[in-house]
Design a protein around this ligand. Structure first.
Ligand SMILES: [Zn+2]
Length: 247
């Protein structure tokens, strides 16, 4: 079913974004071209991977898989102008939404002090009948809460040592790929960088064993459909969760 509902343009009057996702490759399945656009505008973007995707390749032991996937993610980030990738080392596949996860993410938010926090779709589905993955849902919910936690001096107060301060400056959480997307960002100019960024996950893509999987073709389908809704050739979609009051 073609989506024709128009999207609003995402604001671009910000300077720092922190991306927090469950796995290496999550950013590249839909958001990397947007990141390339923003770093090209001189914005600062940092990646934080909650897990290292170590349970993601059936034919590879987790210890080796962690090494391979972290290296692929660092390269993939470099391609879209992101020099810093943090790995929180939480267990892939069995993440739980809860206070411990919020604590980890709040700490990252306090350290990086972003204007915008970006995560992946954490709705139940992708819009059709395909269910979302449990780690994605846990991380997205924890991100929204952790952004609030980060601004409250009395939540995770033990983190506030060595000059670390609360950070309440996050204007919004953006979840890309959500079936409830309200906003879009044009990716026409940076689409190729997004493809190259996904292609950097070579071992992972090979490990999926998807016959004839073509990263360009895959990304183009979504980007074109989203572009139609924004009135441009290619776009990425985002569900916006405002973090201020009164919206
Ligand atoms: Zn994932």
């Amino acid at each position: 079913m073609p989506q024709v509902e128009p999207l609003e343009k995402l604001p671009e009057d910000w300077s720092r974004a922190l991306c927090v996702v469950a796995h290496p490759d999550d950013m590249e399945f839909g958001a990397a071209a947007a990141v390339a656009r923003w770093t090209g505008q001189g914005k600062e973007v940092v990646y934080c991977m909650v897990t290292s995707g170590e349970a993601g390749i059936d034919g590879m032991e987790p210890e080796e898989c962690r090494r391979v996937r972290e290296a692929e993610q660092v390269e993939s980030a470099r391609i879209v102008g992101v020099p810093v990738v943090e790995f929180l080392g939480q267990p892939d596949g069995v993440l739980e939404y809860g206070v411990p996860l919020r604590r980890e993410i709040a700490h990252v938010v306090r350290r990086h002090r972003p204007d915008v926090v970006i995560t992946g779709n954490f709705r139940e589905t992708w819009g059709g009948r395909n269910l979302n993955q449990a780690d994605h849902i846990a991380v997205g919910r924890a991100v929204v809460d952790a952004v609030r936690d980060a601004g409250n001096r009395w939540v995770f107060n033990d983190q506030l040592t060595d000059g670390l301060e609360p950070w309440g400056g996050v204007r919004a959480v953006w979840a890309f790929g959500s079936p409830n997307a309200t906003h879009g960002v044009e990716t026409t100019e940076t689409f190729d960088a997004g493809v190259a960024s996904l292609e950097a996950h070579r071992a992972y893509i090979d490990g999926l064993g998807w016959e004839d999987f073509d990263p360009r073709e895959f990304l183009e389908g979504f980007a074109r459909q989203s572009g139609q809704r924004l009135g441009v050739a290619f776009a990425a979609t985002v569900e916006v969760f405002p973090m201020g009051w009164g919206e």
